[in-house]
Design a protein around this ligand. Structure first.
Ligand code: RIB
Length: 307
């Protein structure tokens, strides 16, 4: 079974459904409000766990009323929570607006996620790395912690996969250490300066990232699908499945967790990409972040009908 360590964020998502996004200065009525566990780290951990991986989550919770629900959520998924730390602050919050087309906008209040420092993980890292196939990072914890994990994982010989979301300019010395990079169009443009809108422009950007030392690049292209290229010259465009879009929140997170588990369990790259693409199609066809992520059984049933 694949062993994945996620070092990242966990949030309480406060989600407002609206017919359309408000204009600057406008007040409008929402359709409904929900409180759902989320956060890019937790979503990716849950995706990996539901895809059949053994997952350890390293993150920071606050000491507020949301923290126990967030912790229980991870435990109920069978995710190891032995290395979660508590901070004297609020837990991470995400204020999410989802419109009638399922498109979201998100404002983050990082809370405890912003207090996950390298001192919290310096003793944890050698322990969790022992049986890890890989470490997975996003960009919702302090940058110093991210670079510390990369340096230590490099020394320990554990590959690191990075999803730099929210978008950030990733320096060359960080790119050079990455086992894999997951980026959407915006994140790709921020890092490479290349505007990505289709598989051709995605290949140009992937080539630049591979030149900088990343071993494997996966560029997600929204409703078009995804573009994969690695340093062995393997390149694969995987078209998205057409589904009714209810809520795109956590679609990228689902893709990442599902892909990594499939691949580290021995599936081919092509099959892993198809599995991940199906998983994210199922996520966009339901409301919410973490709660919309499918199980391996659901993904396989979907693929039986669609492929
Ligand atoms: O990727 C979706 C996630 O982004 C949400 O769950 C929210 O918490 C933000 O981190």
């Amino acid at each position: 079974m694949s062993q994945i360590v996620v070092i990242g964020s966990i949030n309480m998502d406060i989600v407002n459904r609206v017919t359309r996004h408000p204009l600057p200065g406008e007040t409008m009525k929402g359709l409904k409000t929900e409180f759902n566990p989320g956060g890019k780290g937790a979503n990716q951990a849950v995706s990996a766990s539901r895809a059949g991986g053994e997952v350890t989550m390293v993150c920071a919770l606050g000491n507020d009323s949301f923290s126990s629900e967030l912790l229980e959520t991870l435990k109920n998924e069978g995710i190891s929570s032995d290395f979660i730390v508590t901070k004297p602050s609020s837990s991470g919050l995400a204020f999410i607006t989802v419109d009638g087309n399922g498109e979201n906008s998100i404002i983050l209040e990082e809370g405890a996620n912003g207090l996950l420092h390298k001192d919290d993980i310096k003793n944890i890292l050698p322990v969790v790395s022992k049986k890890a196939d890989l470490i997975l990072l996003q960009n919702e914890i302090p940058w110093e912690t991210t670079t510390y994990v990369l340096e230590q994982a490099d020394k320990l010989g554990v590959p690191v996969y990075f999803n730099p979301a929210p978008a950030v300019q990733v320096p060359n010395d960080v790119l050079a250490k990455l086992g894999g990079l997951f980026v959407n169009e915006t994140e790709t443009e921020m890092i490479t300066g290349i505007h990505v809108s289709n598989p051709d422009s995605a290949e140009k950007a992937a080539d630049l990232l591979l030149e900088k030392g990343v071993k494997e690049v996966i560029i997600t292209l929204g409703s078009q699908g995804s573009y994969f290229k690695n340093n062995n010259g393997v390149r694969i465009f995987t078209p998205a499945f057409t589904v009714q879009t209810i809520d795109t929140t956590a679609a990228g997170d689902t893709f990442i967790g599902a892909y990594l588990v499939a691949k580290s369990s021995g599936s081919t790259i092509e099959d892993s990409l198809t599995f991940a693409t199906a998983a994210s199609a199922l996520t966009v066809s339901k409301e919410g972040a973490l709660k919309s992520i499918p199980t391996k059984k659901e993904v396989l049933e979907f693929l039986k009908v669609r492929v």
